[in-house]
Design a protein around this ligand. Structure first.
Ligand code: GUN
Ligand code: ZN
Length: 438
């Protein structure tokens, strides 16, 4: 098997950085390399050491002076919303009813689902995202199209057929039984096939009847290793409606608790307006709150209180995500930049080290996939991005005054987008170069 060696300035996180000076949290090699065999990282470290371990016929890709990082991870995204990004609405429920629930009806057509899947994966790769936790539509065909494309590209993806049986147009409603059966069929066909992971995906409490929530609970019990993903506490009108629909639950989180949906594989998109009790329940169960800054700003949903959740005695696990198409950009760099500003507005700080940790190892940990992705340690999948901090004239000009790694990372975050992604490697293969230019 031919080996590939990537040479460049290597950045890989070992743990969550505690400050902007925390050099123990990451490994940095000015002249570094990653050796790849069979899609997996065989060695990484100083170039000379790594090159010494390579076979004679190794293929070398020299990316100096660019940075090599683990591929970016997006923990909440809707592939079905690629064609409604930037739709004008006052807030969540209007946006869902006016655009989202109309658009998603098109995904009953397998040809449409296949076309958008392909375009969607192109965008992920263009933006350096190598793993995502994605929502399909209610139609089984939409999940089949998504996984077929992901499998074809050999990408590590998490996705689920959305379960929704009320408060949505007829064409977007399943039933408790068909939602259960179709989810099981998707699991049987795709979970564990290559790098595919199926998630149990009740959309949110508003669109699932108590009977469907019970079916979601059955699925979580039957498949405890699978991820469960849904939405929680995004918007005040959504919270009020949820309380009307589940009057026997004292708060929004209690609805998911009631149906046994909290746990370490459970991802709760938004989680903005949580009470102390809800944060306690999230923390105690190991559930993950997913911060979606561009979406939360675009839909006016609120400011995610990251530091309060992260620094309480019993911290809530946190991930970060685009939430396309409520979110406005595929780039995890644009996402942490907007996240940084959301924290600034609350007098909270996020260092550039923390930003890059969160979009790589931090999100891998939140997905319980850090044994496979999120760093450049040997044994991890060779999902790698090459970052060019001089990709635009404005960035090149600014780089003239940059002296430190943290400054370079902050520049990548502040001015960067898909243009800084010089290459995206998926399981050791270059996937961005050769793609049609944007
Ligand atoms: N809540 C339920 N569905 C959705 C969705 O598609 N996007 C967002 N942002 N919130 C939701
Ligand atoms: Zn969402």
């Amino acid at each position: 098997m031919t080996q590939r060696l990537l040479r460049g300035r290597l950045l890989s996180f070992l743990d969550a950085p505690q400050s902007i000076d925390d050099v123990t949290a990451y490994r940095f090699e000015e002249d570094g390399a990653v050796l790849i065999e069979n899609g997996v990282i065989k060695a990484s470290g100083p170039y000379a050491d790594v090159f010494a371990q390579a076979k004679d016929d190794v293929v070398v890709n020299d990316h100096r002076p660019h940075l090599l990082s683990a591929g970016f991870i997006d923990t909440h995204i809707h592939y079905t919303q690629a064609q409604i990004i930037g739709s004008y609405a006052a807030a969540l429920l209007e946006w869902l009813n006016t655009y989202t629930f109309v658009e998603e009806q098109r995904f009953g057509d397998p040809d449409h689902a296949a076309r958008i899947s392909s375009a969607f994966f192109d965008e992920l790769i263009r933006h350096g995202t190598t793993t995502a936790a994605a929502y399909c539509s209610v139609h089984k065909a939409s999940a089949d199209a998504f996984f077929a494309e992901s499998h074809r590209r050999n990408m590590r993806m998490i996705a689920g057929k959305v379960m929704m049986d009320r408060n949505a147009p007829e064409a977007l409603r399943d039933t408790p039984q068909s939602g259960y059966d179709d989810t099981k069929a998707v699991i049987a066909e795709w979970h564990g096939k290559g790098r595919q992971h199926v998630a149990i995906t009740p959309r949110f409490a508003i669109t699932s009847s108590p009977e469907q929530m019970e079916m979601a609970q059955s699925l979580v019990r039957e498949y405890p290793d699978l991820h469960m993903q849904t939405h929680l506490s995004e918007n005040h009108a959504e919270i009020a409606f949820t309380k009307e629909l589940f009057p026997w639950c004292n708060d929004y989180t209690a609805v998911y608790e009631h149906y046994g949906l909290l746990g370490p594989k459970s991802l709760f998109g938004h989680s903005i307006h949580l009470s102390e009790r809800e944060a306690d329940a999230m923390a105690a169960s190991g559930s993950v709150a997913v911060f979606c800054p561009t979406s939360n700003l675009f839909l006016g949903s609120g400011l995610f209180d990251l530091k309060t959740l992260d620094e309480r005695d019993n911290p809530v696990r946190i991930a970060i995500a685009t939430d396309i198409g409520g979110g406005t950009n595929y780039s995890m760099l644009r996402t942490v930049d907007e996240g940084y500003k959301v924290l600034q507005l609350q007098g909270q700080r996020m260092t550039p080290l923390e930003s890059f940790y969160r979009i790589t190892l931090g999100n891998a940990r939140a997905l319980s996939l850090d044994a496979h992705i999120g760093s450049l340690q040997p044994g991890r999948d060779a999902d790698i991005v090459v970052l060019d901090a001089r990709a635009t004239p404005a960035m090149a000009l600014r780089m003239e005054t940059v002296g430190k790694l943290t400054e370079e990372l902050f520049l990548l975050q502040t001015l960067g987008d898909d243009r800084v992604i010089a290459e995206t490697y998926v399981a050791g293969e270059p996937a961005k170069s050769g793609m049609a230019k944007s």
